[in-house]
Design a protein around this ligand. Structure first.
Ligand SMILES: [Fe+2]
Length: 409
C-alpha cells in the first residue's frame, strides 16, 4: 500500500518551510567574497593583511599529481605565505581523513585553509575548519544543524569542477565508513570566507565529469526555483544559472579547453550554489542521494538521470515555474514560431535537459538499480525530503516508485 502524507502533516511541513524562509530574512546566510583569476593578487593581499603566514592546502592526490593545484600553491609561496599540503581527501571524505588533516593543521600551526578541488575536497576542508574551531568536539557530536556556532579559520574555496557549488554553501557531508554512516553538518559559519574562481583549473577535466557536474549545478538551480522557498535573490540566481548552463553545456562538449565557456559554467555553479543553499533542494536530490548511498552512483550522474524524469512526474504543478525558466532562457523562440502555451513551454525545459544528456552521452537508466530495492529507496528518499525540502508538492510513495521504475535498466 502506498505511504502517503496526511493533511495535518502537510500543514505542519508547510509551517516548517515558512519558518525556514523567515529565518533567512532574520539571519541572512553569509556570502563568500569572490575573486576571479585576474584578481589573484587581491586575494593574496587580503590574506596577508590578516597576518596569515601559513595555510593548510587541502586537495586530493590526482589534482596534486596532475599539477592542477600548483598555480595556487605557487602563488601563495611567492607571496610569502607558506603552505602545508594535505592531499589525502577521497570522494565522500571519511571522518578519519578529516582528523588527519586537522592533526596536520594543528602540528604546523596553520592560520587558515585553502581547498583546491571538487565538492568532496571543499567539504573536507570545511570540516577540518570545523575541528579547528571546535577541537574538543568530534564531528559526530556536531552532526545536524547549527551545532558549530563558532567562527572557522579563514577558508578559501577554489573549485576545480563546475557543479557542487560547495564554495558558497553552508553544509558539508562526511562519511563514517566503519559504521556505514554518512551525515551532514550545516551551520552558517561553514560558508567559505573567500571563493577563488579560476576556470583554467577545470580545462583538463574529463568530459564525463564536466557533464555530470554541470547537470548537478543545473539540478540545484531548477530545484531551487521550483521549490516554494525561492526569494527574489535566489530566483534570479537560479535563472541565471539555468541560462548559463543551457547555453554553455553544448559548447563545453565541443570545445573543452575554451576558458570563457568554463568560466560561464563555473559562474553558473556558483549562482546555483547561492540559490540552493538558501532554498534547499528537492526530490531529485532526495532520490539521487539514496542511489549514491546504496550503489555509489556518482552524485552528478544520479541527478542527470533523474532530473527530467522527476520534472515530468511533477506534471502541471510546476508548469508555471518551468515556463518562466523557458522564457528567461529563450527556449520558446523557435524562429518565426513563438510558443505561448505554458505547458508547452514547460516541456521545452524538460526536452532541453534530455537534449543535454544526449549531447554528453549520459545514460538514462541506473544500471545498478535492482527492482527489489525500490521500496527501501523510496522510504529513504521520503525520509530525507520530508519535511526538510520545500518541494512544490508532497508525493506519496507510489510517485517515487514510478520515478524509480522509469530509470530501472
Ligand atoms: Fe547536488
Amino acid at each position: 500500500m502506498a505511504q502517503s502524507i496526511g493533511l495535518t502533516k502537510r500543514l505542519l511541513y508547510r509551517c516548517y518551510h515558512m519558518a525556514l524562509r523567515l529565518a533567512l530574512f532574520v539571519y541572512p546566510i553569509p556570502r563568500p567574497k569572490c575573486f576571479k583569476s585576474a584578481q589573484l593578487d587581491s586575494w593574496l593581499a587580503e590574506l596577508k593583511q590578516q597576518g596569515i603566514e601559513r595555510l593548510l592546502v587541502v586537495t586530493d592526490k590526482t589534482l596534486l599529481t596532475l599539477g592542477i593545484a600548483a598555480p595556487v600553491i605557487t602563488a601563495l609561496e611567492s607571496a610569502g605565505i607558506r603552505t602545508s599540503i594535505y592531499s589525502d581527501i577521497l570522494p565522500d571524505p571519511d571522518i578519519y581523513e578529516i582528523e588527519s588533516g586537522f592533526t596536520l593543521y594543528t602540528q604546523d600551526k596553520c592560520q587558515g585553509i585553502v581547498a583546491i578541488g571538487g565538492g568532496s575536497v571543499i567539504d573536507g576542508a570545511k570540516l577540518i575548519g570545523v575541528r579547528a574551531a571546535k577541537p574538543h568536539k568530534t564531528l559526530t557530536q556536531l552532526r545536524g544543524l547549527f551545532k558549530v556556532v563558532r567562527r572557522l579559520p579563514p577558508l578559501t574555496a577554489v573549485p576545480t569542477t563546475a557543479g557542487t557549488g560547495s564554495e558558497t554553501t553552508v553544509a558539508a557531508v562526511v562519511s563514517n565508513r566503519k559504521q556505514q554512516d554518512k551525515f551532514a553538518i550545516a551551520d552558517y559559519c561553514l560558508a567559505p570566507k573567500y571563493a577563488l574562481l579560476m576556470p583554467e583549473l577545470s580545462k583538463g577535466l574529463p568530459p564525463f565529469i564536466t557533464a555530470t557536474t554541470a547537470m548537478d549545478a543545473l539540478t540545484h538551480a531548477i530545484e531551487a526555483f521550483i521549490g516554494i522557498n525561492g526569494t527574489q535573490f535566489t530566483n534570479q540566481k537560479a535563472l541565471s544559472a539555468c541560462k548559463l548552463i543551457f547555453e554553455n553545456f553544448p559548447l563545453v562538449i565541443q570545445e573543452p579547453s575554451n576558458i570563457k565557456v568554463r568560466e560561464n559554467l563555473l559562474n553558473a555553479s556558483f549562482y546555483a550554489g547561492e540559490a540552493f543553499t538558501r532554498t534547499s533542494v528537492g526530490y531529485v536530490h532526495a532520490i539521487a542521494h539514496q542511489l549514491g548511498a546504496k550503489y555509489h552512483v556518482a552524485h552528478g550522474l544520479a541527478n542527470a538521470i533523474l532530473l527530467d524524469v522527476v520534472l515530468t512526474e511533477y506534471g502541471e504543478t510546476i508548469h508555471d515555474k518551468l515556463a518562466l525558466i523557458a522564457d528567461y532562457c529563450d527556449l520558446g523562440d523557435k524562429g518565426d514560431k513563438k510558443i505561448d502555451d505554458r505547458s508547452q513551454k514547460a516541456m521545452l525545459v524538460i526536452e532541453k535537459v534530455r537534449e543535454l544528456k544526449v549531447l554528453a552521452n549520459l545514460p538514462t537508466k541506473v544500471d545498478e538499480l535492482d527492482a527489489k530495492d525500490i521500496p527501501d529507496i523510496t522510504t529513504a528518499a521520503m525520509k530525507e525530503a520530508h519535511p526538510d525540502y520545500p518541494v512544490p508538492e508532497f508525493w506519496s510513495s507510489n510517485r517515487f516508485d514510478h520515478v524509480l521504475q522509469q530509470v530501472l535498466a
